[in-house]
Design a protein around this ligand. Structure first.
Ligand SMILES: [Zn+2]
Length: 72
């Protein structure tokens, strides 16, 4: 399952005024909605490009290509 970065974008008084903003971030599988475990605000998906797993796959592909290049 692809995973996406979700971020809590709550601003203002959070956690009974202990924090001025909540910047909780977490990787979740794509789903209907997630709520921040810290403040309960709905998390916003911030990944707009390829998913994290796709990025990792691309990185692995580059490593494989580099290995092929050095074998010559
Ligand atoms: Zn939060």
């Amino acid at each position: 399952m692809p995973q996406f970065l979700y971020r809590c974008t709550t601003e203002g008084s959070v956690n009974n005024g202990l924090k001025s903003a909540c910047t909780f971030e977490m990787l979740f599988e794509e789903g209907p909605s997630y709520n921040c475990p810290l403040c309960g605000h709905e998390l916003v998906r911030v990944s707009t490009g390829p998913s994290v797993s796709e990025i990792l796959r691309q990185g692995q592909r580059q490593v494989d290509q580099q290995k092929k290049g050095t074998k010559k």
